[in-house]
Each structure stands twice: as C-alpha cells, then as structure tokens.
Design a protein around this ligand. Structure first.
Ligand code: B12
Length: 217
C-alpha cells in the first residue's frame, strides 16, 4: 500500500502529470505517510528517475519542465506537513540565513523548501533567488550581519562556485564571520568538507537541524 502510493507519486512526476501528482500527494498524506518520506522516497526519487531519463536522452527539456511543474504542485500539498515536522513556530529568532542558488544554476525547488523550513523553524531567511553571483551573496551576508550563508547547487558545473565563495571569504578575511552550509542533489558530505563548508544536508528537514547545530558552534 505504502509502496503503491510512493510509486504513484513517482509515476506522476515521470509523466509530468500535475493533477495526478497533487492527488497522489493528498492520498499519501491521507494514508498517514509522513511528509519527509513522501519528499524523500516519493518526490525526490521520482525527480531522480526523470533526471536519469533526461541524462540518457530518453526524455527532453519540455518533459523535464512538466515534471518540475508536477513536483512543485505536489510540494505545495505536503509543505504544511513538512513545516510541522520542522517544528513550526520555532521559539524566537534562531539566526539569520542568507540563502541562494549559486551562480549559473537556476534550480530552486529544493532551495525554496529549505527556505520554508528554516523560516518556520524560527530562522530569518534572506532568499536571494537563483543564479546569484558569489560577490552578491557575500555582500548581502555582510550587510545583513548574517549568521549562516546557505548555497544550493544542482549542476556539477555550478558546484565549484560554492568552493570559490568560501575561498573568496577566506581571501577577504571574513570566513570566520559566517557558517557556510551547502546542498543540492549531488553535494555529498565529502564534497562539502573538501571545499571547506561547515556542513551539508540531504533534505530540508535535516537542513534545518544542521542550521540549528551550526548556531551552537
Ligand atoms: C526539476 C529539474 C529541472 C527544472 C528546474 C525547475 C526549478 N524551478 O528548480 C528545469 C526543467 C528548469 C531544469 C533545468 C535544467 N536542468 Co534540471 N533537473 C531537475 C530535476 C529533475 C529535479 C530537481 C529537483 O527539483 N529535485 C527535487 C528537490 C526537492 O530536491 P533537491 O533539489 O535535491 O533539494 C533537496 C536537497 O538537495 C536539499 N537541498 C537543496 N538545496 C540545499 C541547500 C542547502 C544549504 C542545504 C543544506 C540543503 C539543500 O534539500 C532539498 C529539499 O529536501 C533534477 C534531477 C535530480 N535528481 O535532482 C534535474 C537536474 C539537476 N537537471 C539537470 C540539467 C542538466 C538541467 C539543465 C542544464 C538542462 C538543459 N539542458 O537546459 C537545465 C539547467 C539550467 C541552469 N542553468 O540551471 C541535471 C544536472 C546534471 C549535472 N550533473 O550537472 C539533473 C541532475 C538531471 C540529470 N540527471 O541529468 N531542471
């Protein structure tokens, strides 16, 4: 039953069917599945499959865009539950995060859900959007006296800019002012450590936990 529901979510994404994706997300919640497993085992798994099909040349950009639309619609259905999991109404102001999808990258579905969970978890978030040059991220963080800089990257070609950002902070003598967390489907803990980031998380719920732990160190 659980697997059937998760498959139906994945299939709705693969076929880029927005209505089916919304219906499957509602069905999953109604069946008592928790929002985090709907996100990780349904939506992100479905996105991975579509991504692999795209990479293999089995589907093309228009299909990828339909899948993205279906993904966003299902995400809207589960977001209230995800917020609850993240600890809605986190007590007081936990810290200030400047968040962005790094330059040359326009993927923002994952970054937006991280932003939502951080906000409901009590963080103030300045979301700079997508394709943001590293100098703009740094100047926004300095201007706002941010505690944390959060960067999202989905393309292997955009990921190195996150390392450039950290090196630029070092060169400016400002590295110690901020914690830097990085994320995105291809970002591993090893990669994060290699570029000198303070941490990464594979999903939005854990991104909130990471941000909370960074504020304690
Ligand atoms: C949807 C999608 C699109 C949509 C994006 C819509 C949007 N508004 O974001 C569209 C159709 C526009 C698109 C375009 C492109 N895409 Co695309 N896309 C995807 C797809 C299928 C899903 C991405 C997604 O939204 N996943 C769901 C979300 C919820 O998961 P997530 O992003 O991983 O986020 C979670 C975690 O990573 C984490 N997280 C995310 N950010 C952060 C940040 C921090 C700080 C932390 C701690 C955690 C964290 O928490 C999130 C929530 O749980 C992926 C495949 C995949 N497996 O990811 C390909 C994929 C990323 N795309 C790919 C490509 C190649 C492209 C294009 C270059 C295609 C083209 N030829 O034009 C363009 C990119 C142009 C550009 N300059 O950026 C490739 C990248 C390959 C690579 N290795 O570099 C992928 C992997 C597909 C593939 N396998 O080939 N894409």
């Amino acid at each position: 039953m659980v697997n059937e529901i998760l498959y139906s979510i994945q299939n709705a994404l693969i076929s880029g069917d927005t209505e089916a994706a919304e219906a499957a997300a509602h069905a999953a919640l109604a069946a008592g599945l928790d929002a985090q497993s709907i996100l990780n085992d349904g939506l992100m798994r479905g996105a991975d499959i579509v991504g692999q099909q795209f990479e293999a040349g089995e589907v093309f950009l228009p299909q990828l865009m339909f899948s993205a639309r279906a993904l966003k619609a299902a995400m809207a259905v589960i977001t209230p539950e995800l917020k609850r999991l993240g600890g809605e109404g986190g007590t007081g102001r936990q810290g200030l995060v400047v968040l962005a999808t790094i330059q040359s990258d326009i993927h923002d579905i994952g970054k937006n859900i991280v932003s939502t969970l951080l906000t409901t978890g009590g963080f103030e978030v300045i979301d700079l959007g997508v394709d943001v040059p590293i100098k703009r991220i740094i100047s926004a963080a300095l201007d706002a006296c941010a505690d944390i800089i959060g960067c999202s990257a989905m393309l292997t070609t955009s990921m190195p800019f996150m390392g450039d950002l950290i090196q630029t902070l070092e060169a400016m003598g400002e590295r110690r002012r901020f914690k830097v967390m990085v994320g995105g489907a291809s970002v591993t803990p090893e990669y994060a450590a290699r570029i000198g980031a303070d941490g990464t998380a594979p999903n939005a719920v854990q991104a909130l936990q990471l941000a909370r732990s960074l504020m304690l160190n």
